[in-house]
Design a protein around this ligand. Sequence first.
Ligand SMILES: [Zn+2]
Length: 388
Amino acid sequence: MDGPVILAVVVVDQAGRGHQSSTRFFRHAKIFSLPPYKLMEMHTTEYIITGRALLGEELTEEDVCITVADGVIRSVEPCSGIPDRWIVPAFFNAHTHLGDTVAMDLPVQGSLAELVKPPDGLKHRILAATPRTDLIRGMRSSIMTMISTGTAGFADFREGGAAGVAALREAAAGLSCLPVILGREGGEQVGDGAGISSIHDVADAELMVREARAAGRLVAFHAGEKNPDDIDGALAFEPDLLVHCTHATDAHLRRIVDMDIPIVVCPRSNWMLGVAASPAHPPIARILELGGQFFLGTDNVMFVQPDMLQEMAFTATVYRAPPAEVLRAAIAGAALAGRSGFIEKGQKSSFLVIDPVRHNLSFSRDIRATIVKRLDSSSIEQNVLTLR
Ligand SMILES: [Zn+2]
């Protein structure tokens, strides 16, 4: 066993559908001790789970019974007398570089270009010198970290061409966390799309975009991380996704919103790499004012733990964004995997079961704010991560 063990409560109900009393719930509860990344095996069982859930894209708080079969939410019905339990959509980390787990917290300083710019930035030299087995082991351990903190899927900018994409597939094999792999240098032809570093860093962006589009795959760009100079070049390709936009101008943001392109913001990474030092960057408040869509991502594991709970707390604290917006941004990136990510009838079951009584969370007057500001993995009772 190569992961942490958690205590999971799995509700098994053989026959009865519809309304279940809390007594019935507990009678059918079975207690298992399982590594969290194995919990996906549960989706073969039909079960009902009851609690206070955050429903739909609006994350509306309601006491419900949720019936799940074959990994799909079959019904969500109002329910009374429920146990003290919160059911919250699992998270989707919309931007990672898992490969650089192997360079975690290397004590170095330097500019953005010196540290992460391809092809010769420090991280790329480290990746090139890392044996494949170590690379895979690092990425797999980061995926298990994501699972234990409630993340059901992620979109990774994978370096290293087609071999890099294959290495991440191997790292994610059998785990209950869905990878969306955005490759480069040929990786875009075998992954889920192209993850293009700044338009200024690559010579063949046009070819990569053409090939990704021809195969019906996603096109994503880093843009506006350090300054706004590379945003127009990225927008010329009408990408499906922009990552960062930390220094997007108001005119850029209006154009991005008009083009209906979601923006992944990575606040902790921006601060850590010295490209942000105020709540104006990335311009989360302005994106919301303009009616744009933003997702949260954690960027390089080299600098930032891929933990959406920490990312939400930082974003809520520094950017003062409304908790519901922050929570939605931590979930909605599932659209990159063609899923809603929210708790709705017909959607994949992808949620966390939180025990608010275990610590002090049961005193919350606003579940959404408490999840965003205070939740850590110790209150997560069970991960149901069947986004696949
Ligand atoms: Zn990045």
